[in-house]
Design a protein around this ligand. Sequence first.
Ligand SMILES: CC(=O)SCCNC(=O)CCNC(=O)[C@H](O)C(C)(C)COP(=O)(O)OP(=O)(O)OC[C@H]1O[C@@H](n2cnc3c(N)ncnc32)[C@H](O)[C@@H]1OP(=O)(O)O
Ligand SMILES: O=C(O)CCC(=O)C(=O)O
Ligand SMILES: [Zn+2]
Length: 427
Amino acid sequence: MAANNASENARPKEPIVSPYMPKYPDPMSNISNFKIIESTLREGEQFANAFFTTEKKVEIAKALDAVGVDYLELTSPAASEQSRNDCKVISSLGLKAKILTHTRCHMDDAKLAIDTGVDGLDVVIGTSSYLREFSHGKDMDYITNKAIEVITYIKSKGLEVRFSTEDSFRSDLVDLLSIYKAVDKIGVTRVGIADTVGCANPRQVYELVRTLRSVVSCDIECHFHNDTGCAIANAYAALEGGATHIDTSVLGIGERNGITPLGGLLARMYAADKSYVMNKYDLTKIRDVENIVASAVDVTVPFNNYITGYCAFTHKAGIHAKAILNNPSTYEILKPEDFGMTRYVSIGHRLTGWNAVKNRVEQLDLDLTDQDAKNVTAKIKTLADVRPLSLDDVDTLLRNYHHAKTQGSHNKFLANIETPDMITDMA
Ligand SMILES: CC(=O)SCCNC(=O)CCNC(=O)[C@H](O)C(C)(C)COP(=O)(O)OP(=O)(O)OC[C@H]1O[C@@H](n2cnc3c(N)ncnc32)[C@H](O)[C@@H]1OP(=O)(O)O
Ligand SMILES: O=C(O)CCC(=O)C(=O)O
Ligand SMILES: [Zn+2]
């Protein structure tokens, strides 16, 4: 469909402060000061289709580093010999991002992980009654003592350590706060909240994070599954509540339907604090890493993906097209050029309007009046009731109309075109 770039001159100057920032700054909120723990190489490896060779992991790690994510989280070295070796290989790449691996709350796993050369360990154990009964079978006293033992050991080796409760939102609040308080007291680097089954909503997330914020002094990481469609909104609510780190994966891949997608989170945070996001992350590199991961796991980037979906910057309806051409901010919250993307205004369909067609006339440098643009628009609508027209169809129609006008036969020319195929034949 029609490629179209609105004139930069038509765009009013950006306000210095984003109008989408909260009116009254909240000192507890971290929407302007957050870090990303990118877990494509851990949670993402739990996606049904994922099988990453060492070379592919290195390629993905480098592409994520180019985006500027703060941490890369890798599969536990306890999982397999290759997983252990991959931790060593990626830790020695010299990336800007810190390298973490994800382990059970277990001394053997911790020892194995420390020996790989990673910068830190993300330790996790289930605290909900479901997981205490049906996964590991341990009670809260055992979990607390084990957490203290494992964290103390990791710290003694000089590594970062995060302690997370799996299935936090189905865990008892008193249990949660007690264990977080205990690990904070012994100097854990971060505590983590995990919505393992994707059951939480933004309000619940905000409340839990806010409560936790008043109980611990360490950083707070959050991990959200997307089973019920809240993974990005929950991440945002967590940051508003005072979380400091958000887990993501490329295209959101992970167990079941996955977690907060990297691109979607960056889109959300751009809308909240553009200068923080643009100064910290290279948004033009999102597409590269998505393409690498999509091909590695044998999926296509969804048509409606945040930022990079094929229609993410395509404008179609006539009312939208007119306004977009005057000022892109009318119908765009994300500027495509900030993400290395291009805007499109689609014109060969029955929802088009004469302003969009006139814009194409100008791009083709044809000497036609507004009335001419209206005449051709009416014809496009009639023909597009049969089938959508390609941009080539529209251009052919406009060029031949222009030529006919120089002969004084433009009205007859339009009247003679009865089907879309007649344009194709004419071309
Ligand atoms: C919600 C999440 O995504 S958490 C991260 C999930 N990641 C993974 O599972 C990594 C890939 N996993 C693996 O390779 C394997 O499951 C391993 C190597 C971790 C363990 O393999 P196995 O020893 O064969 O055990 P299996 O997977 O059948 O069961 C898990 C074991 O870990 C124990 N366990 C489960 N969660 C935890 C935990 N967070 N901390 C400590 N132990 C745990 C279970 O009790 C069970 O122990 P058991 O052998 O005494 O029954
Ligand atoms: O370690 C964590 O915080 C999260 C683990 C996980 O993947 C989950 O609970 O869904
Ligand atoms: Zn998860």
